[in-house]
Design a protein around this ligand. Structure first.
Ligand code: NAI
Length: 461
């Protein structure tokens, strides 16, 4: 008999969710981790950035509070305290995962996991001691690391990844150049510009957030520009060079070369799967950029599975967690009902941005005839009260059967409200179905009702 029925390598959102789910399904489970429980999401990604963005929003609101009749004196930024607050939150959540392991009877193995042969996981502890455990099933959930392409000067001091920026700094930078106008770029541009830092974003493609609806990327660039951020799109970074007091980022555009100066540079141009040194013996799972898996997350080696950033095209915490749960269900021969292809995307800039399903351009490309309902939220009472900036909702349905297929939101609470559309799409609801229940007043959600009414009008024309 093996030591465990399942050993999960990696305690990020994919790994810890899978381990807890396996224990609930009755499997004797262990989870191996050499850093803090919670992985990138909790320690160097989603959660710390949201803690910092909350702090920068409070600062900005306090600065502008007089306009709504609140006087605040001596508003300032204590950067070390901001980062300490962030660390307190991540520390609590990470300890919470260890607590969940304990109560679910998941054995938490501290050390770096590797696979020397089929059915065996070796755990190398911090002191170098190696212990081998046998397992009926092994689930690789080792995540990803920032990707650093071969741009000249990327190794210069002052060029940082999001991992390094999140470690904190004693004082605010005067200026920062962010390479990449994707999710990380958009969130850090919001954070630093809230705090008064001079921010420049350099994005290679023709708009920010290039994988989402066009209106979202252009909306984000407009919101950032309003905050004083310089945004260059269609600008491919070629080189970073040392300069007096910082670095110069040189880029190419269709109109010719350009450059931007920053005290530091953040490189946010994607993440790459991380499985360096995982397979230490003869057995090696097939891999391209990431570990290759089939639709049930099985690798090329029997009994070894992989989920999350290490093997997934979409690198998001909620995707990893959903894949982990599904993979465990399949290992246990249980049904899993989640639609793993329907992935909400959320960016915690201001106003928030969220999208799910197809946008109109993608529908067109797929040859699906659609109608788009829209609500611009200038007259939405909650939006007027909180004044987050230009806000809108777009909802898309198939012209033939009126079933919803996608939505793009840029508004307060977009990241919470997008789930309503995700549930509707997953359950095959029509635009009319989603208008069946009344929406409370005054809420941001009322705009969804208006966008749906606009959609139904267009569908019935
Ligand atoms: P990303 O893929 O979202 O964006 C990278 C951007 O860099 C792209 O727009 C790309 O066109 C641009 N780029 C690439 N090479 C360039 C060059 N040489 N010059 C200028 N621009 C260049 O990747 P990002 O923002 O680094 O995020 C990494 C991962 O982390 C993503 O999978 C993201 O979904 C995830 N993440 C999710 C968050 C959320 O859900 N709120 C928050 C932070 C990260």
């Amino acid at each position: 008999m093996s030591d465990f029925q399942l050993i999960v390598i990696g305690a990020g959102p994919g790994g810890y969710t899978a381990a807890l789910h396996a224990a609930k399904r009755g499997l004797k489970t262990a989870c191996v981790e050499y850093r803090e429980a919670g992985g990138t999401c909790l320690n160097r990604g989603c959660v710390p950035t949201k803690a910092l963005l909350h702090a920068s929003q409070v600062y900005k609101e306090a600065q502008n509070a007089a306009a709504i009749g609140v006087t605040v004196d001596g508003v300032g930024v204590d950067l070390p305290a901001m980062f300490a607050h962030k660390n307190q939150i991540t520390g609590k959540l990470s300890a919470g995962i260890e607590g969940l392991f304990k109560s679910a009877k998941v054995t938490y193995l501290r050390g770096r996991g590797s696979i020397p042969k089929e059915g065996v996981v070796a755990v190398t502890a911090a002191d170098g001691t190696v212990t081998e455990y046998t397992a009926d099933n092994i689930l690789i959930a080792t995540g990803s690391v920032p990707s650093m392409p071969p741009i000249k000067g990327l190794d210069l001091p002052g060029v940082l990844t999001s991992d390094e920026i999140l470690e904190g700094a004693e004082k605010l930078y005067d200026s920062i150049v962010i390479i990449g106008g994707g999710v990380i770029g958009g969130e850090f541009a919001t954070f630093y510009s809230d705090l008064g830092v001079k921010v420049t974003v350099v994005e290679a493609l023709d708009r920010m957030l290039p994988t989402l609806d066009k209106d979202l990327g252009t909306g984000l660039a407009m919101a950032l520009k309003k905050q004083g951020v310089s945004v260059f799109t269609g600008a491919m970074v070629k080189e970073i060079a040392p300069a007096e007091g910082g670095l110069t980022v040189n880029f190419e555009t269709a109109k010719g070369p350009g450059s931007a100066f920053g005290e530091v540079v953040l490189c946010a141009i994607g993440r790459k799967p991380y499985f360096d040194g995982l397979f230490t013996g003869e057995v090696k799972a097939e891999a391209g950029k990431g570990i290759t898996v089939n639709e049930k997350f099985a690798t090329s080696i029997p009994g070894i599975y992989a989920i999350g950033d290490v093997s997934s095209k979409i690198q998001l915490a909620h995707v990893a967690a959903a894949q982990g749960t599904a993979c465990v269900d399949w290992i246990c021969d249980k049904e899993n009902h989640m639609d793993l292809n329907l992935v909400p995307s959320c960016i915690y800039c201001r106003p928030e941005i969220a999208g799910v399903g197809m946008n109109d351009a993608q529908a067109k490309e797929a040859g699906i005839e659609v109608k788009v309902g829209k609500c611009v939220m200038g007259a939405n009472a909650r939006t007027m009260i909180e004044d987050p900036g230009r806000s809108f909702m777009k909802i898309i349905a198939r012209a033939d059967d009126h079933k919803l297929i996608g939505a793009s939101f840029m508004c307060s609470r977009a990241t919470d409200m997008i789930s309503e559309i995700a549930q509707a799409i997953a359950n095959g609801l029509t635009a009319e179905d989603l208008l069946a229940a009344m929406r409370p007043h005054p809420t941001f959600e009322e705009a969804m009702g208006e966008a749906l009414e606009d959609l139904v009008d267009k569908l019935n024309k």
